[in-house]
Ligand binder design. Structure first.
Ligand code: 3UK
Length: 543
């Protein structure tokens, strides 16, 4: 397809997102060499995932389960159609406009997301915990013109509005006011004609949960949404229509957009949406809804393993872990508690979803997995040449999806020579398995040695007293940096110098002694993002 076809075919009247894509030369190489990844030039991901459900015989199947009830595919379709009508008929949405979505995982959030896709808008879904300052940055950067928001989360959005004159139409759900989304939608017929979007029309802008600097908006097309459903789920998860998904990642996080919405719907399955999941509530949810597939982060699996005895997890078949490295100790703890071999997978907001993973049968100890069908992966040295097996280098990937930042100079950091450079230090073995070391920026250099914090964490997690831990490099006069461990103890263990010494000896006995944490600090909890990622920069700041 030439450039002319691509632009002339757009269904977008408002071309802001397309106009602010990086130049083509700065895009990663895109590869569509699997038959299932050859998509037509016109594609609306809502048409694929939702409107087509009845012709597949799924109209009366349950799509969404939640505390107050459930919605069938047909009901979700109608509700999304009503909201799409509110957007286009009452709120003045033009195709290509950006729509902020603000809510926890719920049927409203799901229906609103599909409504935006149907109307040809661009979804900018935001994490429930974001404050006015962060919302303002996102609204201004993505030039958000419309917002759909859970009434219970209105305070921070309202606080952002005075600085965001571009955002002119806001409607709230879970609200019975005459002008609420709920009231407006209830009056609409349940039919809607979807925007006839091109496969390369922008569907969403996902902001990275970046820890430093201004948030980056990653731009994904309608085709990318379908491609993410046709890669990891098909090759590693193999779900069927009877599966019941559950888990924690917000729909606003692309890990959750896949696992908690698009993946189940691609396969005629259903998903249990939980607004404020805790490890305990997730276990309860699995038992109550007989969930078969779980998506969450490593720290959740660790806590669930500890709480699992006596719980009814008989329905659970497959568990997916992503967001940060899965320590082998956690994998074993969870397997001992449930009999389930977790599927680890690395994905990123830039790549939209998982690109290296494994089936439960093809797990390899300590490895994230292998490049999934459809993707290529390599470990590159500083000059961009492939490293020898076993050597540490920068992880590089390419495939059907890839990084396109919205008007951002940092495109050149993430995409180099056609590869997406994720910012992770990895090694590869002779069989094509990839082993996570650390974020490239987090590698600790102490007295000339390179030390990966996650390796030390992995060893500490095996110690009987350790519930959770985070290991970072802190400045040191003599060594440049020294290894410092922040440790959360399990209930029943008291902080003491003797215990700190025992942890240090434990590390020295398990891996090269120079890696042991010279400093140990006991803490009540570790700083984590809403997506379960350890915030190492906060630990470094503390030191
Ligand atoms: C890290 C992992 C080791 C890694 C994400 C699945 O996490 C997601 O997206 P983010 O943009 O962060 C990306 C970075 O997180 N990471 C993620 N998974 C793993 N490191 N092992 C893993 N299994 O540093 C990566 O570069 O927040 C994950 C699907 C969609 C996502 N957006």
């Amino acid at each position: 397809m030439g450039a002319a076809d691509r632009t002339m075919g757009t269904a977008h009247i408002d071309t802001f997102a397309r106009d602010n894509l990086p130049p083509r030369a700065q895009w990663p190489e895109l590869i569509f060499d699997l038959p299932e990844l050859r998509y037509p030039g016109r594609l609306n991901c809502a048409t694929e995932l939702l409107d087509r459900a009845p012709e597949r015989g799924w109209a009366r199947r349950v799509a969404l389960r939640f505390p107050e009830g459930e919605l069938s595919y047909a009901q979700l379709l109608e509700q999304s159609n009503r909201i799409a009508r509110v957007l286009t008929e009452d709120m003045g949405l033009a195709t290509g406009n950006r729509v902020l979505l603000r809510g926890a995982n719920s049927p409203w959030m799901a229906a609103c997301w599909f409504a935006v896709m149907k109307a040809g808008g661009i979804a900018v879904a935001t994490m429930p915990l974001l404050r006015a300052k962060e919302l303002t940055e996102i609204i201004l950067k993505a030039r958000v013109t419309h917002a759909l928001c859970d009434r219970r989360l209105d305070a921070e959005l309202k606080a952002a509005l005075p600085a965001c004159s571009i955002l002119k139409a806001v409607a709230y759900w879970r609200d019975d006011a005459p002008d609420s989304l709920e009231t407006l939608a209830a009056r609409k017929p349940g039919s809607f004609t979807n925007a006839d979007t091109a496969a390369e029309d922008v569907a969403l802008i996902a902001f990275t949960s970046g820890t430093t600097g201004k948030p980056k908006g990653t731009v994904h097309f309608h085709r990318d949404v379908i491609a993410m459903c046709d890669c990891f789920p098909r090759s590693c998860l193999a779900p069927d229509a009877d599966d019941i998904f559950c888990g924690t990642p917000p729909i606003a996080f692309t890990f959750g957009l896949g696992g908690m919405l698009c993946f189940p719907m691609r396969f005629g399955a259903s998903v249990v949406l939980v607004e404020k999941p805790t490890p305990d509530l997730l276990l309860e949810t699995i038992a109550k809804h007989k969930a078969t597939i779980c998506f969450t982060a490593p720290t959740f699996y660790r806590q669930m393993a500890q709480l699992a005895p006596g719980r009814d997890l008989g329905s659970l078949r497959k568990c997916v872990s992503a967001g940060e490295a899965l320590p082998d100790a956690t994998r074993r703890l969870f397997r001992d508690a449930t009999g389930i071999e977790i599927i680890d997978g690395i994905g990123s907001t830039e790549m939209i979803h998982i690109f290296i993973s494994h089936t439960p049968e093809r797990v390899r100890r300590g490895a994230t997995g292998y490049a999934l069908p459809g993707y290529r992966a390599a470990v590159l040295d500083e000059e961009g040449r492939p490293c020898a097996a076993g050597a540490i280098g920068r992880l590089a990937v390419k495939g059907p999806t890839g990084c396109r930042y919205l008007a951002d100079e940092r495109q050149r950091d993430y995409v180099q020579g056609g590869w997406n450079i994720t910012g992770d230090a990895y090694t590869r073995d002779g069989d094509g398995y990839f082993f996570y070391q650390a974020r490239t920026d987090d590698m600790i250099i102490s007295a000339g040695y390179n030390i990966a914090g996650p390796e030390v964490e992995g060893v500490l997690l095996v110690h009987e007293a350790v519930s959770e831990c985070g290991v970072v490099g802190v400045p040191d006069e003599d060594r440049g940096q020294v290894v410092k461990a922040y440790v959360v103890l399990k209930a029943g263990y008291a902080r003491s110098d003797a215990l700190a010494k025992s942890l240090q000896d434990h590390v020295k006995g398990a891996i090269a002694p120079y890696k042991y944490p010279r400093r140990v600090e006991f803490v009540d909890a570790l700083p984590r993002t809403e997506t379960g990622k350890l915030q190492r920069f906060k630990l470094r700041e503390r030191a």
